[in-house]
Design a protein around this ligand. Structure first.
Ligand code: NDP
Ligand code: X2W
Length: 320
C-alpha cells in the first residue's frame, strides 16, 4: 500500500519538531522535508504542499495565511496549527471530542484548524456544561490559566533559557493578556456556546512544558445550583468513551498527589486532557480544571490525532 505523504511546514520550530518526532516513529506515513535552504521560500513550500496528501502548517499566522493562498492542488488536505484559521467559516475546527459529528467533519474536511492550547483545556471543561444546560449560556465565565514557557514558541524559550540554573527566577509567575484581547478569546467564545466571551487571565510560569486551565463556577448565582456530582456526571457522560479526555473522580484526592495541589506537569508527554471537578455543595462553589501538555494535546499531539483522522489512519498512531 502506498503510504500517505505528509509535509510539515515549519518543521524546525517548537511544534513542527514535535510533530516530526512523533511521525518519524510511524510506519503509516512518509514525511517529506524541504531543503533547509528553502524553508522560508513561500513558492517552494506551496509547490511541495501541492505534492502531498496532508500539509501541517506550524508557522506564524501570517506565514500560514500566505502559503494557503498559493496552494492549487484540489486534493491536498491542510491542517493549520496556527491561530490564522481557527474561527474561519470555511475551516473545520480540529477538536474531535468537541461535539457529536465533529470527528466525521474532520475526516471529510480539506481545511482543518488545530485548536489553541488554552482553548483545548477550556472547551473540554465548559462545552458539555453549556450544551447540557447545567449552566446557562448566559453564565459569566472567567478562566485562570497557567502555561509553561514553551507555549510562547522559540522566542519565549530563549528568553527563559537561563532560568534552569537559578534557584529563584526573576519571573516565576507572570499574568499577561491584561488588555483582555488575547488571540484565543474569539475561539473560546465561538465554540463554547456561551453568549458572552469568557474573561481570560493567562499566566506563564518558569517551567518549560505543561498547563492548567481553571474555570471557577460561582454556582450560588443560579436559582437552582447543580451539585458538584451533577457537574461531574455531565462531563463523565460526555467523554465516556473518548480515549484522549480523562475525567478524574469528583474531588479526586489522588489528583492532588502528595503535595495536595493540582500540578501543571502530570499530563506532559501525553495526548490527554485530564479533567477535574472540585466542589463544595454547601457554598455552591465548583472548580472545573483541565490539565494538558501544551505541546501535546495543546499542539503536536492534537495535530497528529487530526492528521490520522483526516487520512483515515488509526487515531492513536504516533501518540504513544
Ligand atoms: N508552542 C505552543 O505551545 C503552540 C504553538 N502553536 C502554534 O504553532 C505555530 C508555530 O508555533 P511554535 O512552533 O511555537 O513557534 P516557533 O517560533 O517555535 O516555530 C515557528 C517556525 O516557523 C518558522 N517560520 C517563521 N516564519 C516563517 C516563514 N515566513 N516561512 C517559513 N517558516 C517560517 C520559524 O523559523 P525561524 O525560527 O527561523 O524564524 C520556526 O521554525 C504558531 O502559529 C503557534 O501559534 C499552537 C499550539 C501550541
Ligand atoms: C505562554 C504563551 O505565550 N502562550 C501563548 C499561547 C500558545 C500559543 O502559541 O497558542 P496557539 O495554540 O494559539 O498557537 C500565548 O499566550 O500567546
Amino acid at each position: 500500500m502506498v503510504k500517505p505523504r505528509v509535509f510539515i511546514d515549519g518543521e524546525a520550530g517548537t511544534t513542527g519538531l514535535q510533530i516530526y518526532s512523533r511521525l518519524a516513529q510511524c510506519e503509516g506515513v512518509t514525511v517529506v522535508s524541504i531543503d533547509p535552504a528553502k524553508r522560508k521560500d513561500v513558492a517552494e513550500r506551496a509547490r511541495l504542499i501541492d505534492t502531498v496528501d496532508v500539509a501541517i502548517l506550524c508557522l506564524p499566522d501570517a506565514a500560514a495565511r500566505e502559503v494557503v493562498d498559493l496552494v492549487s492542488s484540489p486534493t491536498v488536505k491542510i491542517l493549520d496549527a496556527s491561530t490564522a484559521h481557527r474561527t474561519h467559516p470555511n475551516w473545520t475546527y480540529g477538536f474531535p471530542e468537541l461535539a457529536p459529528g465533529q470527528r466525521d467533519a474532520i475526516a471529510k474536511a480539506y481545511r482543518v484548524s488545530n485548536p489553541g492550547c488554552y482553548p483545548t483545556g477550556f472547551l473540554a471543561a465548559i462545552k458539555p456544561l453549556v450544551a447540557s444546560g447545567i449552566i446557562p449560556a448566559s453564565f459569566p465565565v472567567t478562566i485562570n490559566a497557567i502555561s509553561g514557557y514553551s507555549g510562547g514558541g522559540r522566542k519565549l524559550m530563549e528568553a527563559y533559557a537561563g532560568y534552569q540554573d537559578e534557584s529563584e527566577p526573576d519571573y516565576p509567575y507572570g499574568v499577561y493578556g491584561l488588555t483582555f484581547g488575547h488571540k484565543h478569546v474569539q475561539e473560546m467564545h465561538q465554540y463554547s456556546g456561551l453568549a458572552h466571551a469568557p474573561l481570560f487571565l493567562p499566566a506563564v510560569g518558569a517551567f518549560e512544558q505543561g498547563m492548567l486551565v481553571q474555570v471557577p463556577l460561582p454556582l450560588w448565582t443560579l436559582d437552582h445550583p447543580p451539585t458538584g456530582q451533577q457537574v461531574w456526571e455531565v462531563l463523565a457522560d460526555y467523554y465516556g468513551s473518548e480515549p484522549f479526555i480523562q475525567v478524574n473522580g469528583l474531588g479526586d484526592a489522588e489528583a492532588l498527589r502528595d503535595r495536595k495541589f493540582l500540578d501543571t506537569k502530570t499530563a506532559n508527554g501525553t495526548n490527554q486532557v485530564q479533567l477535574f471537578v472540585f466542589a463544595n455543595d454547601d457554598t455552591h462553589e465548583v472548580l472545573v480544571a483541565a490539565r494538558l501538555d501544551n505541546l501535546g494535546k495543546g499542539a503536536s499531539g492534537a495535530a497528529v490525532q487530526n492528521m490520522n483522522i483526516m487520512l483515515g489512519l488509526p487515531e492513536h498512531m504516533g501518540l504513544g
